[in-house]
Design a protein around this ligand. Sequence first.
Ligand code: 6GU
Length: 239
Amino acid sequence: MRIDLISIFPEFYDVLDLSLIGRAQQDGILDVRRHQLREHTADRHRTVDDTPTGGGAGMVMKPEPWALALDDVLAGASGRPTLIIPTPAGAVFTQRTAEDLAARDHLVFAAGRYEGIDQRVTEWAEDGFDVRPLSIGDYVLNGGEVAVIAMVEAVTRLVPGVIGNPASLDEESHSDGLLEYPVYTKPAVWRGIPVPEVLLSGDHAKIAAHRREQQMRRTRDVRPDLYARHLARRGGDLA
Ligand code: 6GU
């Protein structure tokens, strides 16, 4: 999978050289390319922002540097890449979004700063890209970079070969609309607190039933919104 990251702070993305994503790059599974948006400006100050048309607080990212940067990416692309524009005004990125994006060959992330990118860039980009404005939740960040890192991590761990043990993807939180069950390791009693006895029984059916119940309880208590949706689809409410 090819991933292009455009930002005025491409250094944010240095963390992607660590751990599993760093390894996947070394292994040639991921081709991550960082781009400095300011390289697509022509003035002495390398200006990327301007005042909002119509007035108001803050600054808006000028459209032209984005068009030039995106045209550069397109020039080296084969098909029609997916362009993700991180914005708190986007549709919410979920595990389903991650699964959808993980099946694509080429993702481009355009991280804005300030109050966002001139809206016409979104419209213009539809010609060459499948454009997806996405938010990572209902709160505001100073810029899109941290959101991009979260999305890149959620997407790339689903790409075959990035994670050593793909079975670990099946039982995790959100994979089936419920939160993950609590996990334990050795010792069986730690600082006076025992692990649930059933987990030591060796009875795999009983363990699976226990874990399912824990998932349901946790989801009901912590995320009633997810629990209601789960019940509507699958039924099986807790006693
Ligand atoms: Cl994608 N960007 C910014 N700036 N803030 C956010 C966000 C994205 N998602 C939630 N808050």
